[in-house]
Design a binder for this molecule. Sequence first.
Ligand SMILES: Nc1nc2c(ncn2[C@@H]2O[C@H](COP(=O)(O)OP(=O)(O)OP(=O)(O)O)[C@@H](O)[C@H]2O)c(=O)[nH]1
Ligand SMILES: [Mg+2]
Length: 467
Amino acid sequence: MNAGAPARRRGALPETIVAAATPPGRGGIAIVRLSGPAVPAIAEVLLGATPSPRRATRASFAKLDDGIALYFPEPHSYTGEHVLELHGHGGPVIVEALIARAVSLGARRAHAGEFTQRAYLNGKIDLVQAEAVADLIDAASQSAATAALRSLQGEFSQRVRSLGDALAALRVQVEAAIDFSDEDLEALPEAALRTQLEAIAQQLTSLQAAGVQGRLLTEGMTVVIAGAPNAGKSTLLNRLVGHEAAIVTPLPGTTRDVLRERIQIDGMPLQVLDTAGLRAQAGDEIEAEGMRRAETAMAQADRILFVIDAAADPQARSYEAGATRLPAQVPVTLVFNKIDLRADGAPVAAPSANLPALGLPGIGLPSVALSARTGEGMDRLREHLKSAAGFAQGGEGAISARARHLEALARCANHLATARALLEDRNGREIIAEELRRASVSLGEIIGTESPDELLGRIFASFCIGK
Ligand SMILES: Nc1nc2c(ncn2[C@@H]2O[C@H](COP(=O)(O)OP(=O)(O)OP(=O)(O)O)[C@@H](O)[C@H]2O)c(=O)[nH]1
Ligand SMILES: [Mg+2]
């Protein structure tokens, strides 16, 4: 699957493992899979003979079942070890009996993700690809599945690797320049070093962007509903989740705590948070604490929906007033709510004729007009959220990335930025080389060349048994 992966990262794992590869319950076919050195010996006993490699072979499974056996001798298998698949009748009793028999013959029940872990340890796939296997299985939408498949096929790893290669090449040049400095040999002129550093930083930025899109697709984006008291934030939350999750009253200052709900929009996972209304002066200590919590929530959001009462505040003054409380790095969408009301608060017959006038302070920001009360315009908001997450584009350009990957990319970017700053300050090549080395280490953590065992344990434990 991946020619670039190093062969056998660790010593051989002597135990042979067994698990059902298909979900529990009744079905047309169930597959029991074994992997490890004892597979040929176990096959001899179970089937009477080891089947020819990679040929579907009809066999009796030790009188427990009758089906098709598939044998993949090492190293040409998913795990890189001898693998035997028994495709039998899809009943839980048969599956359990086959597993128990394999155990009696020396196999051990597999832990969650252990087959994929062995594929990783044997150099069949790298860590990003192993994680993509889990993401593909867990994908809740076609877009997430597309992104996961792209990572599984090595696109993400390839881009990380080519960045790593560029970094390594640059470091060699920088270090060579250190060695030759006595001889007054300008091995790598400063301008060339700057150009190469910039090129690498640019590649990294585009990889980060693709990764952020991927994370939004798989882990779901976090959207915080914010705005002035009484704008209709809680009503909007209720409308999005489809039930009365939050208390709604005509009194400003109703919501105090942060309310969290998980929803899906056409299969796209989304976490929505309702928060206390923001205003210049809190009425009491509870409201002040509510506003603090709202600010904390906003700082961690992928997007803020800033709700404006379009009837009472058509010029979006509340956004102007509240903008200073919003974290600078989080994108904002203005939601003009209550379009079922006229500017004087009276109901209107044709709500969409009441879109807010433009020339607003938040101009340039995306905006959606809707009525959380009647539901009008909610489809526009849903479409907007899908396209903001890159979901509407069917996962195009996204690679399935996890928070772990993005953090490592960010660390790499920091080291590169430091290296560039050091260069500008005419610092020694030694410390620049050191920053480049640290940047490489961060990249290595992503594909698993620099990953501690504890991290590996955590990653594979999140898999299902049998994968
Ligand atoms: N006509 C109309 N009324 C709305 C709409 N959305 C909310 N309201 C009303 O506005 C009032 C305030 O709604 P909430 O959802 O509690 O507002 P909020 O922003 O959560 O308010 P706080 O929690 O106090 O900050 C309630 O009386 C709602 O019924 C809407 O789209 N149209
Ligand atoms: Mg509220």
